[in-house]
Design a protein around this ligand. Sequence first.
Ligand SMILES: Cc1cc2nc3c(=O)[nH]c(=O)nc-3n(C[C@H](O)[C@H](O)[C@H](O)COP(=O)(O)O)c2cc1C
Length: 393
Amino acid sequence: MEGVSNLPMRLWWHLASAPSALATPFLRVTATFPGSTLPRGFCPELTELRSYLPYPLVPQLMAADSADFVRTAPVLLTVSPFVELNAGCPSPTCVGKGAGSSLLRQGDEFHRFVGELQQGLGAKSVAVKMRTGFHSPEEFTHLISGLADYALARLTVHGRTRPQRYSGQARWDLIAAASTSLGTAVVASGDVVGQASLDQRLTTAPLVAGVLVGRGALRNPWIFQELRTGAPVRLSFTTLRYALISHALLHELYQEHIDRLFELCKSGLFSRSCGTDEEAWRQLQATLAKAVFGSEHPGFADGCQQDHLWPLARQTMGRLKMLWNYLRSSLPPVFFAPSLLRSSSLEAFLSHLERLYAEHRNQGGLAELELAHQPTWDWLYSGEKQQRADVSL
Ligand SMILES: Cc1cc2nc3c(=O)[nH]c(=O)nc-3n(C[C@H](O)[C@H](O)[C@H](O)COP(=O)(O)O)c2cc1C
C-alpha cells in the first residue's frame, strides 16, 4: 500500500499476525527511473535480505509505458517469480501521468499493454492488479475478456471503479464473474475487515485464488490471526503497548539507522512472529530499543517518565499516528479519543494511551482488549463524508 507498507510496516505486520504474503507499494517507473539499480528500500526482502526473511513478497511496478516496465522488471524476475502491474491506483497524480487505473481507460489499449509486458518478459512473469473500470463497472466484462489471451501469473481485482476510490461496496459479484469468464480463480480485494465480512463475501465469490486485505489490516493488524482461527483476537494492554513501541522503533531504525535494521533482519530477529505473546513483544521491544538508543531503556519497560525522553524522528511519530488512526477504530470505544493523534513525542503518546486504558478499566472494561471491526467508523476510512454530526475527531 502506497505510503503505508514500507519495510518496517511489513516486518511489523509479520510480527503481529503473519500474513501468508506481503506486497510492496507500487514503484512508479519511467524512462529514466530507476537507473541500473532499484531503490534500496523498495524490496530488500527480495535482495539484500533474501536469505533471512520468512514471508514471500510481491513486487509491484506502475508504468504509463510498457517499455519502462519491461526495462525494469528483469532484475526483479531474478528474485521473484513474477512482477505485478499496478492498474488500479485512482490518485489524480498517477492517472494524470497515464498510469495506475488510467491504463483501464480503453479496454483494447489495456490488453495491448499487458500483451507487450508478456511479450517482453515471458508467460507467467506478469501479474495484474486492477479495478473494475475506469469510468464504470460496465467496462469490466470487456476489460476481463481480453486478459484471457495472456498467461498471467496472477490477477487481482479490487472490486471498485476508479471514481469510487475506496467508498461504497466492492463488487464481489464482478470478482466472481471474472473467475468464471477467465476459467481460473482471481485474487479478490475489497472490504475484508474480519472473519464475518470474509464469510459473507465468499458466499458471493466462493472461488477465489486468495484474498488481499488492505485497510482491514491497518484497522486490525492481527486480522490474519483472526482469519486463520476464525476467532476474534484478544491481547493484553501491555502487549499492545509493546507492539506499538516496536512499530515506532522499527520505523526509527528504517529512517535513521537502516544498516542496523538490516543487521537485525540478518540476525534472525524477525524469523518468528510475536502474535499476542506479551513476553515475545517485550523481548523484541528491548532488542529494538537497544539498537536505536544503545540501551534497553527502563522508561519504556516501567511506564512513561518525563526524565527519560527518547527523541524519535518526526516521520516516525507520523507513522505511529497514522497506524493509530486506523487501529483505534477496532479497539473498545474509549480508545477512539483523538488525544493520541495530537502527541508530539512517544512519551506523550504512551501516557495518553495509559490514561485511556485506565478510563476503559474504570468503566468496567475487560483487562484484555478485543480487536473487533466497528462499522461505525467505516466512513472515516473510505473517504466518505462524516455520517454523524455528533462525532468529533
Ligand atoms: C493508502 C492505500 C494505499 C494503497 N496502495 C496500493 C498500492 O500501492 N498498490 C496496490 O495494488 N493497491 C494499493 N491500494 C489498494 C489496496 O491494495 C486494496 O486493493 C484496496 O484498498 C481495497 O481493499 P480494502 O478494502 O481491503 O482496503 C492502496 C490502498 C490504500 C487505502
